[in-house]
Design a protein around this ligand. Sequence first.
Ligand code: MN
Length: 376
Amino acid sequence: MTTLDPKYLEGIRRGLDAAFGRAPELPLDPARDRVVVFSDHHKGTGDPADDFRRCEHAYTAALGWYLEAGYRLCVLGDAEELWEEHPGPVIERYRDVLALEAAFATRGGLHRFFGNHDDLWGAKRQVAKHLAPVFPGLEVLEGLRLRVERPGRPAATVFLVHGHQGTADSDRWGWASRLFVRHVWRPLQRRTGFSATTPARDYALRAKHDRAMYEWARTQAGGLVLVAGHTHRPVFGHCTPDPPPTRPIGELEAALATAVAAGDRARAADVRAELEYARTSVRRPEEVLTVAPPCYFNTGCCSFPDGDLTGLEIADGEIRLVRWPANLRELCVAGQGVDAHKRILATEDLGKVLDLVADPTPAVAAATEQEIRAAG
Ligand SMILES: [Mn+2]
């Protein structure tokens, strides 16, 4: 693993320290409270540059479920894409989605945070003007500390923050970036269908940024769990997704040769599809970050190009990584409608996570980029 640029790390450390210092604190009872965290929707105006457009179905299905299940909703920043859009048309386009978010305020609870792409919500006047009609009395947060009391042990903190804090384009140049995006990048993106270079799009920058956030969390005294978004890549302890369900490449090559020799074109075509998929997966493996101790979790995002979204839950004494699919069929049981258990990708006992993070001398402390690929 290459060493992390100390200057970059120092910038992130200062940014997160400051946000942590400013953040209010609320109690969290893991046995009773249920919290769901979604981030990085990048809601636009419904045109091809709108990254949330494909995720609207999955998101509203998820909100409906969490609303009835008694969850508190945390919207962790970059919910609206205000680098590319003015707020009015975005709110108009997604009025029903925002109303569904707002419904949590009088049910399980609602916290809204600002990110870099919607740092306009850091200004109270803008919130009053644009969001208050949908979210009466809303106070948009930068960060929030959830204090978990632990009998016989020091209390632990789960710190929620978008995660752009301390980066050059957000804290120092936010205003100039916004003008650049609105007047230069936006017209270009509309013509080409391209999106901006951020940790969400640039893999090297994302890996660097994830590691910097992990390092900050790991070096906080007394056991802190950082929950962030911003990079658009889920991070959940040691969990990695399953490799593609293809057979080993050697076996597929042999199967293809056999089918061709037998003149079985239909069979050869099926095998060839699997073989090329496996070859591509080896060439372009999925890159996943695993961390130990589990002091840094990332929600992933609500703007995946395939219309799926991911989020984190803290509920029933567990922390979970969940996925809500664009295609509701993936959550359905034949003839019985939605079975929400299928949303869960990974789950961990919250007490165990807090124990691992509180240990001042962990056996393993590492953030590791893993490549998930088909078998050769
Ligand atoms: Mn962001």
